[in-house]
Write a protein that binds this ligand. Structure first.
Ligand code: LLP
Length: 420
C-alpha cells in the first residue's frame, strides 16, 4: 500500500481508524474517501523542507478542489494556485486568502482577471503578450497595478505522458524561451503591470529531479538578463508536477525533491530568491481512494470482466491517459485469484478502470481504486446521466461527508422543454 493511512487490519482495508467497508455501507458507492492525515503529512513534507528558506507552497487547486481538502491545507498555512475564477471562489469559500493565491492558466478571461484583481490575488502567471495587454487594460480600468510573472516555456522534456507534458516548444503553454526577455521588456513598459516574478510548469507525474534542474537553470539565466533590463524578480515559481507511486514508479521523496531544488538555487548564487512550488498530485494523489462495488462478474472467452459501479465518469484517468491505478479488495478473500478487466457500466469500450488485474472477487464485493485523490473527483462528469459520487474525509476514527452524493434530479434541474 502506498500510504499507511490506507492499510489492512485482519484482512479488512482501513482508512486511518475506519474500516472502508463500513464507509461503503453507510454512504454507498462509488465513494471517494480522503485521509486528513495523508493530506497533512504530504503538505508537511513540503513545508518542513521549505522551513528557514524563502519558499512557499501553493496547492494546485485543480488536482482536488473539495472545500474540506482545501481547508485542511489552509489551516496548515498553504497558499493556492488557481486556474479559473471558479477555483478562486472555492479557495475563498474554504477560508483561503486571495493574497496567498497565484492565478495560472493559458486563457484567463477579462472577467476572471477583474474578479481576481478585485479580490487581490498575489500574482498572475501570464502566458502570452495578448494576455499581458488584456491584464494591463483590466488593471487600468480598476485603477490598479496587476502583479505579474511570465510563464516561460523552458523547452525541457518532462519525461512523462505526452498529454501532461507542458514544457516543450510544441505545447500551448507559456511564452517561448527565446521570446521571454523581450516579452518581459514589454511587460515592464505597461503602466498597470508590476513585474514581480518568473514562472514555469514543465509537466505532471514527473518522477525525476533532473528536468526541474534543467528548467531552473534556464529560468535563472533569464532572471539575470531580465534584472539587467531594470526589473526585479522577487520570486521564481517552479510549478508543480512531482509524481507519485501509482504502480512501481519511484519518484523522489517530497522532502528530498524540495531540498535538491533549493540547494540548486544556492549553488547558482540565488539562495536568497523566493521560490514558489505549485504541487497538486503529490499532495493529494495518494491521500484518496475510490470505493466501488462489483455488480457482476462476466467470464469471457478471452477476458473475464468485473463490472463495477464506478465508471469513467467517476475516474476518467484510465480512459483518458491509459493511467494505471492499483485496485485492491476491501475485504481480502482466501479464494484463488483470476485475471479480470475491471470495467464500469458506461456504454463505451474505453470505460475501464484496470486491465488484467489479478483479483479474488465475488459479485457484491467491494474494491478500492487507489491513488485516486488527484484528478479523480475533479475530472468526473455526468456522462450517461450518472450522478457524481459522494466524497468523505476520514480524520482518525471519524468520517464526514464533505460532498453529498448528487441526485439525478439535480442533473437536469437547469434544463427545460420547449413550450410548444
Ligand atoms: N501548476 C500548473 C500551472 C499546472 O498546470 C498544474 C497541473 C499544476 C501546477 C499541478 O501539477 P501536479 O503537481 O498536480 O502535477 N489531469 C492530469 C494532470 C493534469 C495536470 C495539469 N496541470 C492527470 O490526471 O494526470
Amino acid at each position: 500500500m502506498n500510504d499507511s493511512a490506507f492499510h489492512y487490519v485482519d484482512g479488512a482495508l482501513h482508512v486511518e481508524g475506519v474500516p472502508a467497508a463500513s464507509l461503503a455501507e453507510q454512504f454507498g458507492t462509488p465513494l471517494y474517501v480522503y485521509s486528513r492525515d495523508a493530506l497533512t503529512r504530504a503538505y508537511r513534507a513540503y513545508a518542513d523542507a521549505c522551513a528557514g528558506r524563502k519558499a512557499t507552497v501553493h496547492v494546485a487547486v485543480k488536482a482536488n478542489s473539495n472545500l474540506a481538502v482545501l481547508n485542511v491545507f489552509e489551516r496548515l498555512g498553504a497558499g493556492f494556485d488557481i486556474v479559473s475564477s471558479g477555483e478562486l471562489a472555492r479557495v475563498l469559500a474554504a477560508g483561503g486568502k486571495a493574497s496567498n493565491t497565484v492565478f495560472s492558466g493559458v486563457g484567463k478571461s477579462a472577467a476572471e482577471m477583474r474578479e481576481a484583481l478585485e479580490a487581490g490575488v498575489k500574482c498572475f502567471n501570464v502566458e502570452s503578450i495578448p494576455e499581458l495587454h488584456a491584464l494591463n487594460e483590466v488593471a487600468k480600468s480598476l485603477g490598479k497595478k496587476a502583479p505579474v510573472s511570465l510563464r516561460v516555456n523552458p523547452d525541457v522534456g518532462a519525461k512523462t505522458h505526452p498529454y501532461i507534458s507542458t514544457g516543450l516548444k510544441s505545447n500551448k503553454f507559456g511564452v517561448a524561451f527565446g521570446d521571454a526577455r523581450a516579452t518581459y521588456r514589454e511587460a515592464r513598459d505597461m503602466a498597470n503591470l508590476d513585474v514581480v516574478g518568473i514562472d514555469c510548469h514543465i509537466g505532471s507525474q514527473i518522477t525525476e529531479v533532473s528536468p526541474y534542474l534543467d528548467a531552473v537553470d534556464k529560468l535563472l539565466d533569464l532572471v539575470e538578463q531580465i534584472e539587467s533590463d531594470g526589473m526585479s524578480i522577487r520570486h521564481v515559481d517552479v510549478g508543480g508536477g512531482l509524481g507519485i507511486t501509482y504502480d512501481d514508479e519511484t519518484p523522489p521523496d517530497i522532502g528530498d525533491f524540495v531540498r535538491t531544488l533549493l540547494a540548486h538555487f544556492e549553488e547558482r548564487g540565488h539562495g536568497q530568491r523566493e521560490v514558489y512550488f505549485e504541487p497538486g498530485r503529490s499532495l493529494v494523489g495518494n491521500a484518496g481512494v475510490l470505493l466501488t462495488r462489483v455488480e457482476y462478474l462476466k467470464p469471457g472467452e478471452e477476458k473475464n470482466f468485473a463490472i463495477v459501479d464506478a465508471a469513467m465518469n467517476d475516474l476518467a484517468r484510465p480512459a483518458m491517459y491509459e493511467a494505471f491505478h492499483r485496485i485492491v479488495p476491501v475485504i481480502e478473500r482466501k479464494a484463488s485469484a483470476r485475471l479480470y478487466d475491471v470495467v464500469g457500466p458506461v456504454c463505451e469500450s474505453g470505460d475501464w478502470l484496470g486491465r488484467d488485474r489479478e483479483l479474488a472477487v465475488e459479485q457484491g464485493d467491494l474494491l478500492a481504486i487507489l491513488s485516486a485523490g488527484a484528478y479523480g473527483f475533479v475530472m468526473s462528469s455526468n456522462y450517461n446521466t450518472r450522478a457524481r459520487a459522494a466524497e468523505i474525509m476520514v480524520d482518525g476514527e471519524r468520517a464526514r461527508v464533505v460532498r453529498e452524493r448528487e441526485e439525478v434530479k439535480q442533473l437536469f434541474a437547469g434544463e427545460s422543454i420547449l413550450p410548444d
